[in-house]
Design a protein around this ligand. Structure first.
Ligand SMILES: NC(=O)c1ccc[n+]([C@@H]2O[C@H](COP(=O)([O-])OP(=O)(O)OC[C@H]3O[C@@H](n4cnc5c(N)ncnc54)[C@H](OP(=O)(O)O)[C@@H]3O)[C@@H](O)[C@H]2O)c1
Length: 333
C-alpha cells in the first residue's frame, strides 16, 4: 500500500479558518520532473493565515487550496532535471501553501537552502524578514530616532523591537499583558505601553510631544489613526498589517482624507509586503539566521507546543486570540 501524508486544505474561501480548514491525506509519491520533495520539520503560523483562507491574496477559485505560507524541512528526494539540490539539504519554503503539510512538492526556485533548521529558523523567515526589510529597506531606519511598533510582542514585533534597538534607537512597543510587557523590556524596549490600561494617544502626546520618527504599524483601526496623529515631522508610518480587521473585514469610516494630516508634517505613509522584495529576501534571511546563531537576536518562540497538521487550526486561533508571545510554530517531527 502506498504511503500517505497529511495536509491542511480549504475547498472554499472564509476568514473563519476553522470553518474551511480540512485535514486530508495525499499519496506520498516520487517528485515529478523538475520537483523537489521536502519533509517538513516546522510550519510557521502567521496572522495572514486567515487572509489566505479568506481569499484576500488570491481568489482564483482553484481548490483545494493548500493553507499556510512558510515552512522549514529536509530534502528527501529530487526529480529528474533538478540542479543544485540533493537529498539531505535543509531548506526553507517562504511561499503560500507550505506551512501545514507533512511533505511538500516544490520547484527549486521556490526553496531557499539554509545550514540549519530549528524553531528559531521559523522566526527568521516571515517574521524576521518582514521586520528587517520593513525597517531597513522600506522605512530607511537610522539611529537616534524614536521607533514605535504596535503588536510588539508578536512574531514580527519582537524582531522589530530588537533590530530597532540594535540600530541605536529609542523603542516604544504596545502589547496587551504584563507578561508580554516584561518580555519586551528584556528585549530592550524602552517604553512598553499596555494598551488596555493606558491610552496610546495620551501616552504618545504627553511623553513624545515631538512625535514619533518611525512607526511600524501592524494593528489597524483606531491604533492606526493614533499613529498618524502622532507621527513626527518628516516621520514615516509603515503599514505592515492591520490584524484588527482580518476576522471581520474592513471597518467603514467617514473621515477627512489622510493627506490633511500628513502634508503639514511632511510625513509619509508607506505600505509594504516583504514578498515585493524577492531580490532582498535571501540576503535578509541569511543575515537574520546569523543574528540568531551568534546570539544577537533572541528568536522568541512561543512556549505553547503544537504538533502535527491536526493541531494547526488551534495554532492559528491561538495567535488570533492574542495569546502568543513571539513566533507560533507547528512541529512535524
Ligand atoms: N507586510 C508583510 O509583508 C507582513 C508579513 C508578515 C506579517 N505581517 C503582518 O504583521 C502583523 C503581525 O503578524 P504576526 O504573524 O507576527 O502575528 P503576531 O504579531 O505574532 O500575533 C498577533 C498579535 O497581534 C496582537 N493584536 C493586537 N490587536 C489585535 C487584534 N485586534 N486581534 C488580534 N491580535 C491583535 C496580539 O498581541 P497584543 O494584543 O498583546 O499586542 C497578538 O498576539 C500582522 O498584521 C500581519 O498581517 C505583514
Amino acid at each position: 500500500m502506498a504511503r500517505k501524508f497529511k495536509k491542511l486544505v480549504a475547498n472554499s474561501y472564509s476568514r473563519d479558518f476553522r470553518s474551511v480548514a480540512e485535514v486530508v491525506e495525499a499519496e506520498l509519491v516520487d517528485p515529478g520532473d523538475g520537483q523537489v520533495l521536502v519533509k517538513n520539520h516546522f510550519g510557521g503560523v502567521n496572522a495572514s493565515d486567515i487572509n489566505i483562507s479568506g481569499g484576500v491574496y488570491f481568489s482564483d477559485g482553484v481548490f483545494p487550496m493548500a493553507l499556510g505560507c512558510e515552512s522549514a524541512g529536509e530534502v528527501v528526494a529530487v526529480g529528474n532535471g533538478v540542479v543544485g539540490f540533493e537529498e539531505g539539504d535543509l531548506v526553507v519554503s517562504p511561499y503560500l501553501g507550505s506551512a501545514f503539510t507533512e511533505y511538500l512538492y516544490r520547484e527549486p526556485a521556490r526553496l531557499v537552502k539554509v545550514t540549519d533548521i530549528s524553531p528559531g529558523t521559523m522566526s527568521a523567515i516571515n517574521a524576521g524578514c518582514t521586520a528587517s526589510i520593513g525597517l531597513e529597506v522600506v522605512g530607511e531606519m537610522g539611529s537616534g530616532e524614536t521607533v514605535l511598533v504596535t503588536a510588539a510582542a508578536g512574531g514580527v514585533g519582537n524582531w522589530v523591537v530588537q533590530l530597532a534597538k540594535r540600530a541605536g534607537n529609542h523603542v516604544i512597543g504596545t502589547c496587551s499583558t504584563e507578561a508580554k510587557a516584561e518580555r519586551l523590556k528584556t528585549l530592550g524596549c524602552d517604553r512598553v505601553i499596555l494598551y488596555r490600561d493606558e491610552d496610546l494617544g495620551t501616552v504618545l502626546r504627553s511623553e513624545y510631544p515631538d512625535g514619533i520618527d518611525l512607526i511600524f504599524e501592524q494593528v489597524g483601526e483606531e491604533t492606526f489613526d493614533t499613529c498618524i496623529d502622532n507621527v513626527a515631522t518628516r516621520g514615516r508610518v509603515l503599514i505592515c498589517g492591520f490584524i484588527s480587521e482580518y476576522q471581520d473585514g474592513p471597518q467603514e469610516v467617514l473621515a477627512p482624507r489622510v493627506y490633511h494630516k500628513l502634508l503639514w508634517k511632511s510625513a509619509q505613509l508607506r505600505g509594504f509586503l516583504h514578498s515585493h522584495w524577492p531580490d532582498r529576501f535571501q540576503e535578509h534571511l541569511t543575515r537574520n539566521i546569523q543574528l540568531i546563531e551568534d546570539g544577537s537576536i533572541d528568536p522568541q518562540i512561543d512556549s505553547k507546543s503544537f504538533v502535527g497538521v491536526d493541531e494547526a487550526v488551534d495554532a492559528v486561533e491561538y495567535l488570533h486570540n492574542g495569546k502568543n508571545t513571539g513566533k507560533v510554530v507547528v512541529q512535524y517531527r
